[in-house]
Every structure is written in structure tokens, then in C-alpha cells.
Write a new protein. Structure first.
Length: 320
């Protein structure tokens, strides 16, 4: 009934009240909505949708303000607008909000880890898959394929795996890959090289503001299919094609789909990878003694004895 009434109102008045039809369940997240030229009528459909489902709207001085009056009374509006000589909210305070979102995502990732061994414990499921690949399939190298063009998560996993598992004399080697920029030389090596690799894809549902390749871009050389496509569509097709190619060539691959690339979900994934490595160590019998307890005074992760060699060598170089 509510959907039908909204359609009827839209046909009669040309507008629909910006109020949610249902409350979003699960973890919270943050979206950045550009105000465009500042006129209410020129806000994108996606922007209107995000406003209509928001719990909190943070607005600056240049944003189109007319739409705020149509938001439900339950929506909290935070004005951080700045004018010369008068700042409602300082930049430091705005930065603090971003940090709070990062910590919230980090905490939510660990909360899932502590939820037991059900289907929502992604850290355990990922570690179990890695353990199977290593023990049953003979995999010696994990390729982390972050399909957003960024190496940060790959570098993070290399550090985690090296510090927590490989310093004990075993564990997988980790290669940080990016999609689609790694889809030439590195992809050829995975498919044509030693059959000792498994691939973990991180796939993002939304990457941010989308752009469109014009239909008259004049692209040649067999790439005409790129024209008249959004970059999101091209990114998805590239990711799907890479996954399919690995499958056809017998490369074990797993896909972790993350709803949106933002601060909250980035830190959520970082925490997830951290917990995945911790569980993987336990599956290999690492970190614990014969009674399945962690001996913290002797724990290598906290002792950091492995770095003393390079520190001493650096001192020697400085003294010569």
C-alpha cells in the first residue's frame, strides 16, 4: 500500500516524500553525497535514495538545504557548515567522526569473529578454506586480488601472514595483486606458472562516484565494446572474466564481496583478515602450547626477536 500511495503521489505532484519504507538492518555505513550545483532539483536519484534511508545526515553550507525539510523527524541532522570566521564544526571534529567510523568498522569485523562458528564467522570460514587449500591441494602461495586497484589490503595481509605464521617456519607466501591492473603479467604467471597458487578475491559492491565511457569515444582495436558503458559495469565484467579464467584453468579461487568501499568497510576487511590469520595459525597448531594455551611471555608475535638482527646490523653500519 505504501509503495502504491507513493507512486500515486509522485504522479499527482511530481515528487515523493523522502521517508524510508523500512529500517536497514545490520552494520551501519557512511556514504558521501555530492550536492551538485546546489539546486535541490539537480540532486541525483542515488543521492535522494541515500538521504531517504539515512539515520544521520551531516550537511555543510553549500549543500542543497530544501530536501532536509522533507526528511522524517527521526533523522538526526548535523550541520558542519563553514563560513569565514564562523565554523559550526571544526575540521578536527569532522576528522574525529571519520576515525569513529573506522573504529566502528574494525569493531564490527571482530564482533563477527566472536559470534561462534556459524555461517557469519567469515574469519573462520576463510581460514578453513586456506587450510584446506594448503593441506589438501598442496597450495604454497596465496594471491590476494583486491579488485579496486589498491595494494593496501594486500600489503596488510603480507605483513600479517609473515609476522604471525611464516616466522614460525611455515605458512603460505602471499602475493598482493590488484584488479584489473594485475591482469596481464601477474595473471599469466598464476595460470602458466607452478600450480601452487590459490586466489582470494576482494570484490567491492560500490566503488564510489561512477563515470561513463561516451558512446562516441572512438575506441578502436577490438575494444569498441567498452563504449557506452559505466566504469562500474566495466569493472564488474573485468572481475567476472578474471574469476572465470582462473576457474577454467583449475586455479582455486574464493570471492569475498564487500558492500561498499568506504572507511567503515575498509577497516572491517582489515580486521577480518587479521582474525583470519589468527584462526589459520590455530588450525596449524601455532601460537599455543601442548595444553592449547597461549604462552604470552614466549609468544613470538610479542617478542619480536626476529627484527633484532637487522636493528643490530643498522647500528653497525651507522658506527662504521
Amino acid at each position: 500500500m505504501r509503495a502504491r500511495d507513493a507512486v500515486a503521489e509522485h504522479l499527482a505532484t511530481g515528487s515523493v516524500a523522502l521517508q524510508r519504507s523500512r529500517r536497514r538492518d545490520g552494520a551501519g555505513w557512511v556514504a558521501l553525497v555530492g550536492g551538485g550545483p546546489g539546486t535541490d532539483a539537480l540532486l541525483t536519484i542515488r543521492g535522494r535514495h541515500l538521504l531517504s534511508t539515512a539515520d544521520v545526515v551531516v550537511v555543510d553550507r553549500l549543500a542543497p538545504r530544501g530536501l532536509l525539510a522533507d526528511l522524517p523527524a527521526s533523522v538526526r541532522i548535523v550541520d558542519v557548515g563553514k563560513v569565514p570566521g564562523r565554523h559550526a564544526v571544526t575540521q578536527d571534529e569532522i576528522n574525529a567522526v571519520l576515525v569513529e567510523e573506522a573504529l566502528a568498522g574494525h569493531g564490527k569485523g571482530h564482533e563477527m569473529m566472536l559470534s561462534g562458528l556459524g555461517e557469519h564467522n567469515l574469519a573462520f570460514r576463510l581460514a578453513e578454506w586456506l587450510h584446506y587449500a594448503e593441506e589438501a591441494l598442496g597450495v604454497g602461495t596465496l594471491v590476494l586480488y583486491d579488485y579496486s586497484g589498491c595494494r593496501m589490503l594486500g600489503d596488510w595481509l603480507v605483513q600479517l601472514y609473515t609476522e604471525s605464521i611464516q616466522e614460525r617456519g611455515g605458512g603460505l607466501n602471499v602475493i598482493a595483486a590488484r584488479g584489473p591492473t594485475s591482469n596481464h603479467s601477474l595473471l599469466n604467471g598464476v595460470i602458466g606458472g607452478p600450480r601452487d597458487k590459490a586466489v582470494l578475491f576482494i570484490r567491492w559492491g560500490e566503488l564510489g562516484t561512477d563515470v561513463h565511457v561516451p558512446s562516441d569515444a572512438g575506441i578502436k582495436g577490438g575494444l569498441e565494446v567498452f563504449m557506452d558503458k559505466s566504469m562500474k559495469r566495466l569493472q564488474d565484467a573485468s572481475c567476472d572474466g578474471t574469476i572465470t579464467d582462473f576457474g577454467r584453468n583449475g586455479i582455486p579461487a574464493l570471492v569475498l564481496t564487500v558492500p561498499q568501499r568506504d572507511t567503515y568497510h575498509l577497516f572491517w576487511v582489515m580486521r577480518l583478515l587479521m582474525d583470519m590469520v589468527a584462526v589459520k595459525g590455530r588450525l596449524q597448531g601455532l601460537h599455543v602450547d601442548a595444553s592449547s594455551q597461549v604462552n604470552y611471555p614466549a609468544e613470538l608475535t610479542y617478542q619480536q626477536d626476529g627484527v633484532e638482527g637487522y636493528k643490530q646490523a643498522m647500528r653497525d653500519c651507522l658506527l662504521t
